[in-house]
Design a protein around this ligand. Structure first.
Ligand code: ATP
Length: 873
C-alpha cells in the first residue's frame, strides 16, 4: 500500500479542509499557477513523493519465482522422478536428456506465459483512464495515475473525477456522488464558495471527489489529494489486487484438462502393465515407459494455450484499433450476430460542415446564436457539430471571441440526448438574452413566435408544420438539422423551464457529415458473415434513412422512431427488431430496450455508445463498444472494447480477428489432442498384440517436446481460411470441443497411429531387431506428425490454396523436427544417445511412405466439395 504524503509545504496540513478556503488560497498553498498549471519538472518531483494516483496494486512475480512455480507443477515433478530413476538405474545420459527437456519445457511455458502477461499488461495500459490536465500552460490528456497534488484539471460531462480537487471555476456543473455518498441525485457544484470547516462531505459544493462522475456542465479544479489520501482511498479497506477474471473458455479448458489427466494416467499404467504381463518386457523399462507416457499424454498445456491465444489476440486487436478491456470479449467477438451502431462518427466521419441556412437571409443571426450557444473553443477540438458552427461563423467574417465575450454568460443548460437541445442565458444590459439550439421538433415545440419573415410573428399550427416539413427536406438530403431560437426576458430566476419556453424561432441550419469511405464495404462484409447491422441514432428519421442508404445499410426501407418504439409492448418489439434496421430520434433508454429485445430473440449483440446514459446499454450488450475519440469515461468503463478510431469498420475487423482466433484455438487444441491420441494408440495396440512398445522412454520424452512446441506456438499465427467471413457466426451454446472437433481429433490421431503402426509392425514382423523397428516407428512418427500439423492448419481449405508456407512458425518448427530426425538417425553418436539404429533405403521408404499415405488422404478430402461438411457451429 502506498502511503501518500499529500502536501507540498509544512503548514499545508492546516489547509486539509480545502473547502473552507477561497480558491486562490488553495492554489497558492499548493504552489501552482492556476493559469499555467504545474511544470512537468514540478509534477515529476511530486509524483516521486506522492506516488502514483491509483488504488490498486499490480502483482509482479520475479522470474525465478515463476521458474520455481513451473517446476513445482506435478507434471514436471513426474519428469524429475523419471530422471532420477534413470540416473539410479544407470542410464546417466538419459537422465541428463530428461533434465534438459524439463528445462526446455518449463522455459517455453514461462516464455509463453510471459508473452501473454506482457500482452495483457500492454492492453491494460492502452485502456488506462486519462484526464485533461493543464501543465506548462498547455491542456493535455494524461494517465490518471500520473496526477499529482497541485495539478489543474479540466472536467466536463461524462468524465470521472480522477482525484480529490478544489473547484476553481464551474459552469452548470453537476456531479453524481453516489459512489461516495450513496446519494443518487446529482449534486450542483460551485466554485465561488467558502464553506464552514464542519461541512459534511455530501455538502462540500466547492469540492470534487475521486470516483464521482460529472453529469453536466464543465469545470476547472486543482487537485488536492491523490490515491490513498483521497476520501475514496480512506474508505477503501485494502489494496484491490488486479487479477483479470477468467473467461468461460479458460474455465472450460481447465475442467477438460483435469478430466483428461485421469484418462492419460490410466493409460500410462495400463500400457506398461500389459507389456510386462503379456509381452514379458523388463519391469524397470516398463516403469520408465509408463512415466514417459504419462508425461507425454497429460494435457497440461491446454489452459496455457487458451490464455496465450486470447492475450496475444487481444494485443493484435489493439494494433488494429480495437482495444479489448476484457479477454472475455476476444472470445465473444466471433459469435456476434447483431451490431447495433450509432450513426455520427461510427458510420459517418464526424467531420461536420455547415451546408445550408434556412432562411438564407437569416445566416448571420443563425451563426451568432450558434456561436453563443456553444461549448467548443475555436481551433481546438470540441463537439464536431459545435466546432462546425464556429468555423462557419469565422468563414462568414465573424470574430467568435468578440461575440462570445460581449456579454457575460449567466447560465448554460447543456445538451443532453433526452431533451435534444441546449440553451445559454446571457445578461444584456439589465435583461436576459436566451439562445437555444437543438433538434427541430424540440425547439419548434417550445417556440411561440418566429422571425422568419423579417418581423416577429406568432407561430401557428400551419407554420409549425411548414417548418417541420422544411427540416424534413434538409434531413432527407442526409443533413443533420438544427433549429435555433432566442428570446429576451426580464431578469429573474434562471430556471431551465422558464428559459426554454416561449422562444422565437430564427431558422434552421443543415450540417453535412459524409459517410466514412470504409463503411459500405464493411457493412457488406458483415452481411456476408451472417451479421446484421442496425443503426440506432438520436438524429432525424430522414437523416438516418439518407445515411443508411448512402452506406448501404440493408433494410433501409423502414425507419422506426423513439416515440413509435415507446408505443410498442416488449413482445411486439421482439418481432419488430427482426425486420427494422434503422432507429431514429431514440434516447439511450430506447437503445437499452432494443438490446434486450434482440437478446430475447436469441441474438448476440455488439452495441456502440459514447454518452454517460449509454452505459446501461453497453453493459447489457454481449460486447459493449465505446468510442475512444468521442466517448465519455463512463461509457468507456462500461464497455468491453474501445474503438480507438470510432470507426464501424473496425468492429468488423475485430469480429474477423475474433473468428480467426477462435478457429486457431480449435486447431491448436485439436492437434494437441490428436497427437496424444495417436501416441496412446501407437503404444497400446502393439502391446495388445504382445509386441514390445514401439518407442523407448527417452524417445517418448523427445516426441512430447516437439508436439508441445507446435501446438502451443505455431497455430496461433495461422492466417484465416478464405471463407471465414462468409460463414455464419459460431453458436456460443455449442461446446468448444464439439462433435466436429472430436471427429477431427480422432481422425488425426487414428491416421498418425495407422502410419506409425504400419511401419513398426511391418519392420518387427520381418524379424528385425527391436531397436531397428523402434527407429522406424520413431522416424515415421516425426515425419507423420509434421504432415499432420500441416494438414490440421486448415479445416476446409486445401493447404495449397491456403498457402503451403504461409505460417512461418510452423515452417520453422517442421524444419527443426525433420533436421532432428536426420540427426538422430544419420549421426552415430546421436544414434547412441537416442537409442536409434541406422536405417536402410527401404526403411526410409517405408517410414516416409506410411507417414505420407496415412495423412495425405485428409488433404485430398479437402479438395472434394462436400456441402454437408460445411459446419455452421
Ligand atoms: P448519432 O447516432 O448520429 O451519433 P446521437 O444519437 O448521438 O446521434 P444526438 O447527439 O443525441 O444523436 O443528437 C440528436 C439531435 O440533437 C441531433 O439531430 C441534433 O438535432 C441535436 N443536437 C446534437 N448535438 C447538439 C448540440 N451540441 N447542441 C444542440 N443540439 C444538438
Amino acid at each position: 500500500m502506498e502511503t501518500t504524503q499529500p502536501l507540498v509545504s509544512d503548514d499545508a496540513q492546516a489547509l486539509e479542509a480545502w473547502y473552507a478556503f477561497p480558491a486562490p488560497a488553495v492554489t497558492q498553498q499548493l504552489d501552482v499557477n492556476p493559469e499555467r498549471g504545474l511544470s512537468e519538472g514540478q509534477a515529476a518531483q511530486r509524483l516521486a513523493t506522492a506516488g502514483p494516483n491509483r488504488l490498486e496494486e499490480e502483482e509482479d512475480e520475479p522470474f525465478w519465482e515463476e521458474l520455481l512455480e513451473e517446476l513445482r507443477e506435478p507434471l514436471i515433478l513426474l519428469l524429475v522422478g523419471t530422471g532420477v530413476l534413470y540416473a539410479l538405474w544407470g542410464e546417466l545420459f538419459d537422465a541428463l536428456v530428461i533434465f534438459a527437456v524439463i528445462l526446455t519445457v518449463a522455459g517455453v511455458e514461462i516464455l509463453n506465459e510471459s508473452r501473454a502477461r506482457r500482452a495483457i499488461a500492454a492492453l491494460r495500459e492502452l485502456a488506462e483512464p486519462t484526464t485533461t490536465v493543464l501543465r506548462d500552460g498547455e491542456l493535455r490528456e494524461l494517465a490518471v495515475e500520473k496526477l499529482v497534488p497541485g495539478d489543474i484539471i479540466r472536467l466536463e460531462a461524462g468524465r470521472r473525477v480522477p482525484a480529490d480537487a478544489r473547484l476553481l471555476t464551474a459552469a452548470s456543473l453537476a456531479v453524481d456522488e453516489s459512489p461516495l455518498t450513496g446519494e443518487s441525485v446529482p449534486v450542483d457544484k460551485l466554485a465561488d464558495l467558502t464553506l464552514p470547516r464542519a461541512t459534511p462531505l455530501a455538502e462540500r459544493h466547492n469540492m470534487l471527489y475521486t470516483g464521482t462522475v460529472v453529469t453536466r456542465g464543465r469545470g476547472r479544479a486543482v487537485v488536492v489529494a491523490t490515491a490513498w489520501a483521497t476520501e475514496l482511498g480512506q474508505i477503501a479497506e485494502a489494496a484491490r489486487r488486479v487479477k483479470p477474471p477468467r473467461t468461460p473458455l479458460q474455465v472450460a479448458m481447465e475442467q477438460l484438462s483435469h478430466s483428461l489427466v485421469w484418462v492419460a494416467l490410466g493409460l500410462s499404467v495400463i500400457v506398461p502393465l500389459l507389456a510386462w504381463l503379456l509381452g514379458g518386457q523388463p519391469l524397470r523399462q516398463m516403469i520408465l515407459t509408463g512415466l514417459s507416457l504419462a508425461f507425454a499424454t497429460i494435457p497440461e498445456e491446454m489452459p496455457i494455450i487458451i490464455t496465450m491465444v486470447l492475450a496475444l489476440g487481444g494485443y493484435r486487436l489493439s494494433r488494429r484499433h480495437a482495444i479489448v478491456k476484457q479477454l472475455r470479449a476476444v472470445e465473444t467477438l466471433g459469435a456476434i450476430t447483431v451490431i447495433a451502431t450509432d450513426k455520427t462518427g461510427t458510420l459517418t466521419e464526424n467531420q461536420m460542415e455547415v451546408s445550408t441556412f434556412y432562411p438564407a437571409s437569416a445566416r448571420d443571426r443563425l451563426l451568432e446564436i450558434g456561436v453563443l450557444v456553444n461549448n467548443a473553443s475555436p481551433g481546438s477540438v470540441g463537439d464536431p457539430l459545435e466546432s462546425a458552427l464556429l468555423r462557419a461563423a469565422e468563414a462568414a467574417g465573424m470574430d467568435v471571441n468578440q461575440v462570445r465575450h460581449a456579454f457575460p454568460l449567466q447560465v448554460e443548460f447543456p445538451f443532453d440526448s433526452d431533451r435534444k437541445m441546449m440553451t445559454a442565458v446571457y445578461e444584456r444590459e439589465g435583461t436576459l438574452w436566451v439562445g437555444s439550439k437543438g433538434a427541430p421538433e424540440a425547439i419548434i415545440a417550445r417556440a411561440h413566435h418566429s422571425c422568419l419573415k423579417d418581423s416577429v410573428q406568432t407561430l401557428g399550427e400551419a407554420e409549425r408544420q411548414a417548418l417541420l416539413e422544411q427540416a424534413a427536406q434538409l434531413a432527407a438530403a442526409g443533413l443533420r438539422v438544427l433549429a435555433l431560437a432566442e428570446k429576451c426576458m426580464p431578469a429573474g430566476p434562471l430556471a431551465r423551464e422558464r428559459a426554454e419556453s416561449n422562444l422565437t424561432l430564427v431558422g434552421l441550419v443543415g450540417l453535412a457529415d459524409p459517410p466514412r469511405p470504409a463503411v459500405p464495404a464493411a457493412l457488406a462484409e458483415a452481411q456476408a458473415a451472417g451479421i446484421r447491422s442496425l443503426m440506432i441514432t438520436g438524429d432525424h428519421p430522414l437523416t438516418a434513412a439518407a445515411i443508411a442508404r448512402a452506406v448501404g445499410l440493408n433494410g433501409a426501407g423502414r425507419v422506426l422512431t423513439g416515440s413509435e418504439l415507446a408505443d410498442l409492448p416488449d413482445d411486439a418489439l421482439r418481432d419488430v427488431v427482426k425486420e427494422v434496421s434503422v432507429y431514429a430520434r431514440t434516447t439511450p433508454a430506447d437503445k437499452l430496450r432494443l438490446v434486450r429485445a434482440l437478446h430475447a430473440d436469441g441474438q448476440r449483440v455488439a452495441v456502440t455508445g459514447d454518452g454517460v446514459n449509454d452505459a446501461p446499454a453497453l453493459a447489457a450488450a454481449d460486447i459493449g463498444v465505446a468510442m475512444g475519440e468521442t466517448g465519455t469515461d463512463v461509457a468507456r468503463e462500461a464497455a468491453d472494447m474501445v474503438l480507438a478510431d470510432d470507426n464501424y469498420a473496425t468492429i468488423i475487423t475485430a469480429i474477423e480477428e475474433g473468428r480467426v482466433l477462435f478457429e486457431n484455438l480449435q486447431k491448436a487444441v485439436a492437434y494437441y489432442l490428436a497427437v496424444k491420441v495417436g501416441l496412446v494408440l501407437s503404444t497400446l495396440i502393439p502391446v495388445l498384440l504382445a509386441v514390445p512398445v514401439p518407442f523407448a522412454p527417452i524417445q517418448i520424452i523427445l516426441m512430447e517436446l516437439f508436439m508441445d512446441l507446435a501446438a502451443s506456438a505455431a497455430f496461433i499465427i495461422e492466417p484465416s481460411e478464405g471463407d471465414l467471413m462468409r460463414r455464419p457466426p459460431r453458436d456460443p451454446q455449442q461446446p468448444f470441443l464439439d462433435r466436429a472437433m472430436v471427429t477431427r481429433i480422432m481422425t488425426g490421431g487414428l491416421s498418425l497411429f495407422a502410419g506409425v503402426s504400419l511401419a513398426y509392425l511391418v519392420t518387427w514382423y520381418t524379424g528385425r531387431e527391436l531397436v531397428h523397428a523402434q527407429t522406424v516407428a520413431f522416424v515415421t512418427w516425426f515425419i507423420g506428425h509434421v504432415f499432420l500439423a500441416m494438414n490440421m492448419r486448415t479445416e476446409r481449405e486445401p493447404l495449397l490454396r491456403h498457402g503451403l508456407l504461409s505460417n512461418r512458425l510452423i515452417n520453422f518448427w517442421a524444419a527443426a523436427a525433420l533436421a532432428f530426425v536426420a540427426l538422430v538417425t544419420l549421426v552415430p553418436p546421436a544414434r547412441a544417445l537416442v537409442k536409434t539404429a541406422a536405417l536402410s533405403g527401404p526403411d526410409w521408404a517405408l517410414a516416409i511412405g506410411s507417414a505420407l499415405v496415412s495423412t495425405f488422404w485428409m488433404e485430398v478430402r479437402k479438395w472434394i466439395p462436400v456441402p454437408w461438411r460445411n459446419r455452421t457451429g
